[in-house]
Structure formats: C-alpha cells, structure tokens
Design a protein around this ligand. Structure first.
Ligand code: NAP
Length: 262
C-alpha cells in the first residue's frame, strides 16, 4: 500500500532507539523527510545514518538534546521546514511508591510526558491546518488504559495528556482541516527500556531476567513481546493519507494483553 506521504516532513522525538526509532524507520521507508531527536549523540547519529541508507532520496536531520527542554524543542522545530507529521515520545518516568515521590518528581513527569507533547502540538497544528494535512501521534502507554501500580507517575502524567488531546482532536478547526491527533498505547515491546525493566524485576525477585521475561510473555495472549518495527509500521499507517478519518483515538498495541471488550 502506498501511504501517500512521500516528500512530507516529520519530527520524531526520542528516536535513536526503541519505539521512536521504529516510527522513524517506517516513515523513512515511505519517503518521509525526517528530523530525529535524542539526548545521546552517538546513537542518534548512527540512527540518522541508518535512516538515510533506507531511502537515499530523503533528507534526515538530527537534533541532540532533551526534548523536555525549551531550546531543544525550538531547535527541533527550526530544523524541520514544515512539520506535517509529529511523533511525540520521550523516556518514561521511573517506577516507585507514591509516598516517596516529591512535588519535583511529579513536575518532572508532567513536564516530560504531558507538557512537552502539548508544547509541540501547540507549535505545529495551526500550520498543519493551514496546509490541510497533519498527523500527530503521541506514544503513551497501555498504562493509560490499565494502570500499573508502581508506574503512578506515568499513569498520572500520560492520562493528563490523553484527556487534553481528546478535547483538542475534536475541534473542527483541526479535524475539519485533515489534522488528526491520536495516541499509540504500547504494551510490552522488546526494547532497551523493557530489558531494563525485566533486569530490575529479576534482581528484586532473585531470579534470572530470562525467567522473568518468560513469565511476562506467558501473560500475553500473542505469546511474545512486540517489535519496534511492527509498532513503527502501525504509526506510519496512522500518519498516512488513508487514516484521515480517525482522530482522538487511543490505540492499544499489546498482543491481546488487555482483557476488556472495549
Ligand atoms: P527505549 O528503548 O529506552 O528508547 C528511548 C528513546 O528515547 C531513546 O532513543 C532515548 O535516547 C530517547 N529519549 C529518552 N528520553 C528522551 C528525552 N527526554 N529527550 C529526547 N530523547 C529521549 O524506550 P522505548 O521502549 O522505545 O519507550 C518509548 C516510550 O514508550 C517511553 O516513554 C516508554 O515509557 C513507553 N513505553 C514503552 C513500553 C515498552 O514495552 N517498550 C511499554 C509502554 C510504554 P537517549 O537516551 O539518548 O535520549
């Protein structure tokens, strides 16, 4: 299927590894020009080189830095001649017990996982609407639909983003101008972050990471973790010309782990 987005420009945040990289790879394959961002220079440059090799006709620009910082967001936006597609992403907040979280811990989580995507949406959607095409995809978490007790910072901050976006996506000046705003909710995907989580759980339970991984996999009806490539392919479809009638949705990709009908 031709996704109809060749020649568009996308800003993909937190894209040197994992799910963000999966989205950048899938968009590159479709001929989308890219601005990619991450904090670590080396991995980001390696990813940018991989993306250029995937589709030599596209332009790939990299902007190093924490996307939660104003000046980094400005540099990323400036590097993109126009943002047709925005993929919001950042690292997730740490797990823990809510009694131990300070006000500063909460503010950090809200900054990274709620206010940063909102700032980027604010900076880009009016231009998208004026041009009559725009796609915003925010990577959130399955924890928005089924909260995970130790991830309270993530449950809270991402739910705030989800509530805001639900209202924004339905505004006629955006929806009526072919600007869609949706969220992708990953379950368990085989990325560095998941491996770190499994290692921490293994240490806590005095078991091997392999044993903990096997237990997690057994709890997923698909019997496996998702891959960044399949996550990216789904994201690229959401960004395509074919997905213009879907907006304000929260799409769970979790191998059937969530047990509800809706
Ligand atoms: P990952 O494999 O650790 O990759 C994270 C990527 O984001 C890296 O490229 C990292 O590079 C970059 N990054 C992190 N914080 C950043 C920041 N503040 N500014 C710019 N770049 C940043 O993680 P992932 O598994 O792809 O997870 C992506 C998001 O999905 C996270 O928010 C995570 O909580 C959420 N999620 C993941 C899963 C899963 O199973 N994988 C499940 C639910 C939710 P640098 O470190 O160099 O910046």
């Amino acid at each position: 299927m031709d996704l109809g987005i060749a020649g568009r420009w996308a800003l993909v945040c937190a894209a040197s590894k994992g799910l963000g990289k999966g989205c950048a790879v899938a968009l590159a394959r479709e001929g989308v020009n890219l601005v990619v961002n991450a904090r670590g220079d080396e991995a980001l440059e390696a990813t940018a080189a991989e993306l250029r090799a995937l589709h030599p006709a596209i332009e790939v620009r990299s902007v190093v830095g924490d996307i939660g910082r104003d000046e980094v967001r400005r540099a990323a936006l400036d590097a993109c001649p126009q943002v047709d597609i925005l993929v919001n992403n950042a690292g997730g907040p740490p797990p823990g017990d809510f009694r131990e979280w300070s006000r500063e811990d909460w503010l950090r989580a809200v900054e990274a996982n709620m206010l940063t995507p909102i700032e980027l949406i604010r900076a880009t959607v009016d231009g998208m609407a004026a041009r009559g095409f725009g796609r915003v995809v925010s990577i959130t978490s399955a924890a928005v639909k089924a909260p995970i007790d130790i991830l309270g910072l993530s449950n809270g901050a991402r739910s705030g983003l989800t509530g805001f976006v639900a209202g924004l996506a339905r505004q006629p000046h955006l929806a009526g101008r072919n600007v869609t705003i949706n969220n992708l909710l990953p379950g368990a995907f085989d990325t560095e972050r998941l491996r770190q989580t499994l290692n921490a759980a293994a240490r806590a339970a005095a078991q091997s990471p392999e044993a903990i991984g096997e237990q997690r996999r057994r709890g997923i009806p698909a019997g496996r973790f998702g891959s960044a490539d399949e996550f990216g392919a789904f994201c690229a479809f959401l960004c395509s010309v074919h997905a213009g009638y879907m907006t304000g949705q929260n799409l769970l990709l979790d191998g059937g782990h969530y047990p509800g009908t809706f």
